[in-house]
Design a protein around this ligand. Structure first.
Ligand code: DX5
Ligand code: ZN
Length: 213
């Protein structure tokens, strides 16, 4: 299991120190939640703050867009050279075009599915993406409760992924902790996002290690 701590739950008064600590603690990706106050009822950070995160990080950024104008935000964040940019399929009229555009910028593209969106929604995009992110909470806030019906969706997605593009990673986001991580791994998850779980620990390293099942 690869671990991508979500900095939404970090101490924003000491953000660079927290980013360095999760990287030294063995995380694989640094998950950055970008919310625009329209697609989701919350507002987070833009390129000014994320460039400070990028400077502190020694692991690739995993930028999760929760926004209405995806292309505008891709253009804002592309100069920071993130490892991945993922966007919600529910908010994109031309997902295939945007996937190709992100790849042309030298960034790995990924698609995000809200809890109600079926796995089959990405079937014809799987060839072209490096990651599918399955939301296990309604996007917008850290610290919410895991929605158990997504486990069935992960299993269906894994069947599609194994057939169509075995290199594509399956990531999960929302309510992940040491209690549910083994079940998620068994269902087919390759990368877990964890915000409140990691940042509520005194030792981020211990928390990250407990998710590496
Ligand atoms: C929610 C965000 C998540 C969030 C996860 O919209 O996409 O990345 O920070 O937080 P936890 O792990 O606390 O559920
Ligand atoms: Zn996220």
């Amino acid at each position: 299991m690869r671990v991508a701590p979500s900095i939404l739950s970090a101490d924003f008064g000491n953000l660079a120190a927290d980013v360095r600590a999760i990287c030294e603690g063995g995380c694989d990706l640094v998950h950055v939640d970008v919310m625009d106050g329209h697609f989701v009822p919350n507002l987070t950070i833009g390129p000014v703050v994320v460039s400070a995160v990028a400077k502190a990080a020694t692991k690739p950024l995993d930028i999760h867009l929760m926004v209405e104008n995806n292309t505008f935000f891709v253009d804002l964040f592309a100069p920071l050279k993130p490892g991945y940019i993922t966007f919600h399929i529910e908010e994109e009229k031309n997902p295939h075009r945007l996937v190709q555009y992100i790849r042309e910028l030298g960034i790995k593209p990924g698609i995000v599915l809200n809890p109600h969106t079926p796995a089959e929604a990405v079937e014809y995009l799987l060839h072209d993406v490096d990651m599918v992110l399955v939301m296990s909470v309604n996007p917008g806030f850290g610290g919410q409760k895991f929605i158990p019906t997504v486990v069935e969706k992960i299993k269906r997605l894994k069947v599609l992924r194994d057939r169509i593009n075995p290199d594509c990673l399956i990531e999960i986001d929302g309510g992940v902790n040491a209690q549910n991580i083994q079940m998620l791994s068994d269902a087919g998850v390759d990368v877990c996002v964890a915000g409140s779980y990691v940042f509520s620990h005194d030792s981020y390293k211990t928390a990250i290690e407990s998710l590496k099942v």
